[in-house]
Ligand binder design. Structure first.
Ligand code: GYE
Length: 326
């Protein structure tokens, strides 16, 4: 019985046809079942499509996942960084299906438009685990589970802070990548609580430069704005720069509320430049590894694995700031 890896390896080598490589592949095929990297078990072959490192959160998430999916942990990881382009991710997922990996993991850059490739994976018998971001796919068997935060709850938490600490504030909503699960759900949660306080919105695409430039324009378009709700810290820090560049005082003339919990944002929180930060923890590599092992073994897993988060306010301590690893 050819192991998946061997079958895939032979298929891949057929194209290249080098003698050495063919011999090696044959050795792999003939090796007694169960001999794999990382000890006596076959490695779990994972194809992972990540978004590009658009900021510190994503870089920390990638590092956490890579450090948990090593050969020593029993994994054979094929990692692809897909520049935040859906078409690039779809092409990579098709490559993973062709390579017959044991499980596909990916963070969908946007929430719509995945049914066709998810149908191909399902019909090829390759299970899919969503990492971080969500999709709207309702295809039966499209994916096994999602490991990531509850974005709507994050938006609601930010909204409750505004309702309690800034009732009547005129809010500019600085949106993440439009159509991403994080942007849509954080906005839904926030608006469910304080939608009547939002006077304008625009996307900064989760980047610091985007947050800075879009907030500068917003302060001109809506001079009455005195609070910015940023869908992530990178944009929030850009918004603080824009507020200052407009001759206004961050935290006094315009308050900023954000999501993620990066060290730099917590530092700005302690300094009064940001008013509140809702944590969205990127360091869930070990949780993901445990889920991938069980999925590859054909075991049942929960259809949702929520990565929890908390809220930080001005009382954040130096120890909490220094403890942030991203
Ligand atoms: O908040 C942001 C990153 O998908 C939750 O993506 C993640 C978001 C995170 O760009 O910093």
């Amino acid at each position: 019985m050819l192991r998946r890896g061997a079958r895939g390896a032979l298929g891949a080598l057929g194209g290249r046809g080098s003698r050495v490589a063919a011999v090696l592949a044959l050795a792999v095929v003939l090796a007694p079942a169960g001999c794999g990297a990382g000890g006596d078990a076959d490695p779990v072959r994972v194809g992972f499509s990540q978004l590009s490192a658009e900021g510190s959160w994503r870089a920390a998430n990638t590092a956490s996942i890579r450090s948990a999916l090593t050969p020593a942990d029993g994994f054979e990881l094929t990692f692809s960084d897909d520049q935040r382009k859906q078409e690039g991710q779809i092409a990579v997922l098709r490559g993973f299906i062709a390579a017959d990996v044991d499980v596909i993991a990916f963070s969908p850059v946007v929430q719509d438009g995945w049914d066709q490739v998810l149908r191909e994976a399902r019909d090829a018998g390759v299970p899919v685990v969503l990492v971080d971001r969500s999709t709207t796919s309702r295809l039966d068997g499209a994916y096994v589970t999602r490991v990531g935060a509850d974005f709507r709850a994050e938006g609601e938490r930010a909204g409750r802070w505004v309702r309690e600490h800034a009732p009547g504030a005129r809010v500019f909503e600085l949106q993440g990548t439009l159509g991403s699960g994080a942007q849509v759900a954080r906005q839904q949660g926030f608006r469910a609580v304080v939608g009547d306080q939002v006077v304008g919105e625009a996307t900064g695409a989760f980047t610091r430069a985007g947050g800075r430039d879009v907030t500068a324009a917003a302060l001109e378009a809506w001079p009455e704005v005195d609070l910015v709700f940023a869908h992530n810290d990178d944009m929030a820090l850009g918004a603080v720069e824009a507020v200052r560049a407009a001759g206004l005082r961050p935290g006094v003339d315009v308050r900023v509320v954000s999501v993620d919990g990066t060290r730099e944002a917590l530092r700005a929180l302690a300094d009064g430049e940001i008013a509140h930060v809702v944590e969205c923890d990127p360091l869930f590599g070990e949780q993901l590894a445990a889920v991938l092992r069980r999925v590859a073994a054909g075991e049942r897993v929960p259809d949702r694995v929520v990565v929890p988060g908390r809220g930080f306010d001005r009382s954040v301590t130096e120890a909490e700031i220094e403890a942030r690893t991203y």
